[in-house]
Design a protein around this ligand. Structure first.
Ligand SMILES: *[C@@H]1O[C@H](CO)[C@@H](O)[C@H](O)[C@H]1NC(C)=O
Ligand SMILES: *[C@@H]1O[C@H](CO)[C@@H](O)[C@H](O)[C@H]1NC(C)=O
Ligand SMILES: *[C@@H]1O[C@H](CO)[C@@H](O)[C@H](O)[C@H]1NC(C)=O
Ligand SMILES: *[C@@H]1O[C@H](CO)[C@@H](O)[C@H](O)[C@H]1NC(C)=O
Ligand SMILES: *[C@@H]1O[C@H](CO)[C@@H](O)[C@H](O)[C@H]1NC(C)=O
Ligand SMILES: *[C@@H]1O[C@H](CO)[C@@H](O)[C@H](O)[C@H]1NC(C)=O
Ligand SMILES: *[C@@H]1O[C@H](CO)[C@@H](O)[C@H](O)[C@H]1NC(C)=O
Ligand SMILES: *[C@@H]1O[C@H](CO)[C@@H](O)[C@H](O)[C@H]1NC(C)=O
Ligand SMILES: *[C@@H]1O[C@H](CO)[C@@H](O)[C@H](O)[C@H]1NC(C)=O
Ligand SMILES: *[C@@H]1O[C@H](CO)[C@@H](O)[C@H](O)[C@H]1NC(C)=O
Ligand SMILES: *[C@@H]1O[C@H](CO)[C@@H](O)[C@H](O)[C@H]1NC(C)=O
Ligand SMILES: CC(=O)N[C@H]1CO[C@H](CO)[C@@H](O)[C@@H]1O
Length: 551
């Protein structure tokens, strides 16, 4: 592997210095490095026969073997990956291509179930060797599009719904994930391994899941584009849940266009998840088509400045500075900016514990439903009480050091589950706080006919309000903490949370099912800034490249 300490030391890191840094181009020959290659490029090379899907899959597996002993980003490799790639190569020869994902290796988070030789554990031994009756719809949709499911990514155990004393990216089954921009870097979570894998090319990209921030946050910390789709655009069937009202599955990729290709492949109505019946169109858009560098022209973009004022502090000051510079860039690209498009009830939202109630009660119901769907349940765990007991008694689960505070909070409630009256009141309050008191309120606040098109925020501040109403957010690289930033650690003191060269993002928020617009805006911003390409490089990147194995 390359330990890129030179790059780490060299690069200055404010948005302005990033924008003026020389374009680095580290290709050796015609084919781009796997840390940079895109889906469209892979499709061209597979079509021309420059390399095969077997070559590509072999290279990614070697890359995982190089760095996983240090980064623990991948929890499990699909033992059938090469055979699947070979079949897809054969099919391409005989019958042509299924589409842009044909033969492309993708990793999926270990809470997205597959009915194959792999485990789906959410990082817990409580689910070791459990079986599901069929693939999750996400896995099935990827396979249908021709993707090679290369393996599963490590994660914050139970998607970070267990402990008040754990660390991002830790799971009992997979160990501790580290990100690749700074040694010992906090990968954020809970889609930690998905973020790290995508950032250094352990697969073309990865799927993550989000309840509140679990795609957006690791995407920004790993210098990625992350799409957190509207709840209901992507099916949650046979995905280990937290909350049916907030959970959603989306792509984490190095470019907007790659993320868009993957979203088109996974989105759609599903008989196994009736929230998908809210999708307002009959055919899923080709989100990667028609992307234009002029895509921000005429877009009406609001800034909920009150959310920034409430959240800004000394630590995140460089993020706010870069955000303010990005507003100039959006203007210069033709966007019409509306500052102080504030969230009307933001002060109430910050006082509210309604979201804790919704998640506690949804988790009880939805977790029990997931267990009930297993076709083989070797640990005989059926509900949250069983899971708490299991976790306390299996020393590999690292209890009591990593406590089960969140579960105890849920079990301590007098109400049980999401059909209780307490649940409904809290959920209705959330719909107000995130909707007319939140995102809808901000979009309508400027007296513009039809409302604004979207809102922007630093990704740091964007997840919570969209989470409680299930609205979409797209994050795109914005900048890096500059040299001179004080190093801060996570609460356990074992991960570097903030330091020079740690990446952060810009978030576009919008109405339900407005992904096409948000993707278009993110694309225009990405193409104008190329923050990921021009900024500091990861300190650790695997060496193996696809052409190494091609005779
Ligand atoms: C090609 O398509 C035909 C007709 O759909 C199918 O029977 C055959 O199995 C396909 N071949 C491969 C290699 O997938
Ligand atoms: C599933 O996970 C358990 C626990 O880590 C492990 O013992 C078992 O070998 C795994 N199964 C496969 C097929 O990887
Ligand atoms: C969706 O499915 C769940 C469980 O299968 C059921 O309880 C609920 O009533 C359904 N909702 C709608 C809107 O059909
Ligand atoms: C988008 O792209 C498709 C296919 O490339 C094309 O048929 C369609 O007309 C385009 N739509 C718009 C609105 O530009
Ligand atoms: C500053 O705000 C960030 C969110 O951007 C938060 O994670 C962090 O804990 C805050 N730091 C302090 C010292 O309050
Ligand atoms: C938020 O809580 C504080 C402290 O309890 C209280 O003083 C304040 O009025 C509350 N604000 C709103 C908007 O509810
Ligand atoms: C839930 O939100 C509503 C609306 O802001 C508020 O009146 C209520 O106090 C909140 N409840 C809790 C438990 O935070
Ligand atoms: C708790 O777990 C232990 C050990 O796994 C088991 O023997 C016991 O029966 C469980 N208790 C309950 C109440 O489920
Ligand atoms: C939290 O974890 C730290 C680090 O392992 C440990 O020292 C501490 O005792 C734990 N705290 C609690 C309350 O469990
Ligand atoms: C749950 O209730 C027990 C017993 O009253 C208490 O000791 C504990 O602190 C509570 N835990 C949480 C997370 O609320
Ligand atoms: C870093 O920490 C020192 C000591 O706490 C403080 O004086 C200084 O202002 C901090 N620098 C930045 C850039 O926050
Ligand atoms: C594929 C892989 O590298 N899996 C590893 C995940 O992490 C556990 C615990 O650190 C290892 O035992 C596995 O080998």
């Amino acid at each position: 592997m390359k330990l890129n300490l030179y790059a780490l030391a060299l690069f200055a890191a404010s948005l302005t210095s990033v924008a003026s840094a020389a374009t680095s181009c580290s290709y050796s020959g015609e084919v781009p490095d796997l840390v940079d290659i895109t889906i469209d490029e892979i499709a061209t090379y597979l079509e021309s026969g420059t390399f095969t899907s077997v070559d590509l899959t072999t290279a990614y597996l070697a890359r995982i073997n190089e760095v996983n002993p240090i980064l623990h980003a991948v929890i499990q490799i699909n033992p059938d990956a090469i055979a699947i790639a070979a079949a897809l190569d054969e099919e391409r020869k005989m019958n042509g291509t299924r589409g842009p994902l044909h033969g492309v290796p993708i990793l999926i988070k270990d809470n997205i179930a597959t009915a194959d030789k792999m485990n789906t554990t959410a990082g817990s031994f409580a689910l070791a060797n459990a079986k599901v009756p069929r693939d999750s719809t996400m896995a099935a949709n990827l396979r249908k599009a021709g993707a090679v499911i290369l393996g599963k990514t490590n994660l914050s155990q139970w998607a970070n719904y267990r402990s008040s004393n754990s660390s991002n990216g830790w799971s009992a089954v997979g160990g501790q994930v580290y990100a690749a921009y700074v040694p010992m870097q906090d990968p954020s979570g809970s889609s930690s391994g998905s973020g790290v894998s995508s950032s250094i090319g352990l697969a073309l990209a990865a799927l993550g899941t989000e309840t509140s921030g679990s795609i957006l946050s690791p995407s920004q910390r790993n210098n990625l584009v992350g799409i957190k789709p509207t709840v209901g655009l992507t099916s949650r069937a046979l995905v280990v849940p937290i909350s049916e009202h907030q959970d959603t599955i989306g792509p984490m990729a190095r470019t907007v266009k790659d993320a868009a290709h993957i979203l088109s492949a996974i989105a759609g109505k599903d008989q196994y998840d009736n929230y998908t019946s809210a999708i307002p169109f009959d055919t899923i858009p080709d989100y990667a088509a028609n992307l234009s560098t002029c895509g921000l022209k005429g877009a009406k973009i609001g800034i909920p400045r009150n959310a920034i004022s409430y959240t800004a502090n000394n630590t995140n000051a460089p993020v706010v500075t870069a955000f303010n510079s990005s507003v100039q860039i959006l203007s210069s690209l033709g966007a019409e900016i509306f500052d102080n498009a504030n969230f009307p009830a933001y002060a109430e939202l910050r006082n509210s514990t309604n979201s804790t109630i919704v998640l506690n009660l949804d988790f009880e119901t939805d977790l029990a439903n997931y267990f009930s769907e297993l076709s083989y349940n070797p640990q005989d765990v059926h509900d949250l009480a069983d899971l708490a007991n299991y976790t306390i008694n299996d020393p590999r689960e690292d209890y009591p050091d990593r406590n089960i505070y969140t579960w105890q909070q849920a079990l301590n409630r007098t109400a049980y589950g999401n059909t209780s009256p307490e649940f409904w009141a809290a959920y209705q309050a959330n719909l107000y706080l995130g909707g007319s008191g939140g995102i809808d309120g901000a979009l309508e606040s400027m007296g513009v006919e039809g409302g604004l098109d979207a809102l922007i925020l630093p990704t740091d501040f964007a997840a919570g309000i969209a989470a409680i109403v299930g609205y979409p957010v797209v994050t795109v690289p914005l900048g890096f903490y500059p040299q001179g930033t004080n190093v801060t650690y996570n609460s356990r003191g074992d991960l570097v949370a903030i330091a020079p060269n740690v990446p952060f993002g810009l978030a576009f928020l919008g109405r339900p099912f407005s992904e096409q617009k948000l993707i278009q805006y993110a694309y225009a911003f990405e193409q104008a800034t190329l923050v990921r390409k021009k900024g500091p490089k990861p300190y650790i990147v695997p060496n193996v490249e696809v052409m190494d194995g091609v005779a």
